[in-house]
Design a protein around this ligand. Structure first.
Ligand code: SAM
Length: 176
């Protein structure tokens, strides 16, 4: 995929978001993003579990904590990133897909708790994956899949993986 995509996960709460923030990172990596920034509470165990997945299953993917998410958004905008905030209050993705896709560098923001108003204002696009409430993991997966035209559905392994999976009709086969 040509686009460079970075994710910002807002408002990580311990212990409540441990699993869901990990899943945000796993979806981001599997569907072609180059890294995740997260704000809220610092969580070294989130960082080490994501780093361990990358170490074993490969991919060029980073995770970093960012205390001041507004500064990060502004900095990445200055670096040429367009900002997409995923929210059920936004415009349905099909209406904006071509416009969003035309940006080569994207910062994609997902929330946890109530998302502050300035995020809506800093975003270039407030995008809904349906205007119904669901989950940041689902919203991110659908968004990344649509933006990449399903490219990563065929990703059976990253080049630098120590471990990869051989697709199988039945059972599990791991290649080391
Ligand atoms: N109550 C929070 C609020 O008012 O902002 C949202 C909580 S929701 C569980 C967490 C995140 O999931 C949202 O911030 C958003 O990024 C994402 N999300 C949930 N439903 C969505 C939808 N229909 N479209 C896009 N993103 C969605």
């Amino acid at each position: 995929m040509e686009n460079q995509i970075i994710i910002l996960r807002l408002g990580h709460r311990l212990p409540r978001d441990e699993r869901i923030s990990t899943h945000v990172c796993l979806v981001a990596r599997a569907f072609g993003a180059s890294g995740v920034f997260y704000s809220g509470q610092h969580d070294s165990s989130l960082e080490s579990s994501v780093s361990s997945i990358v170490k074993n299953l490969g991919g060029n993917f980073s995770i970093s904590y960012e205390k001041n998410y507004s500064n990060l958004i502004k900095k990445l905008k200055n670096d040429g990133f367009s900002v997409v905030h995923l929210t059920m209050y936004g415009i349905p993705l099909p209406e904006k897909l071509d416009k969003v896709k035309s940006n080569k560098k994207l910062l994609v923001i997902v929330g946890a708790e109530q998302v502050p108003k300035n995020v809506y204002e800093l975003a270039d696009f407030n995008i809904a994956i349906t205007n119904q409430p669901h989950s940041e993991v689902a919203a991110l997966a659908v968004f990344l899949d649509r933006i990449s035209d399903g490219y990563y559905l065929n990703n059976i392994g990253f080049k630098d993986a120590k471990i990869s999976i051989k697709p199988n009709e039945m059972g599990k086969q791991i290649i080391r």
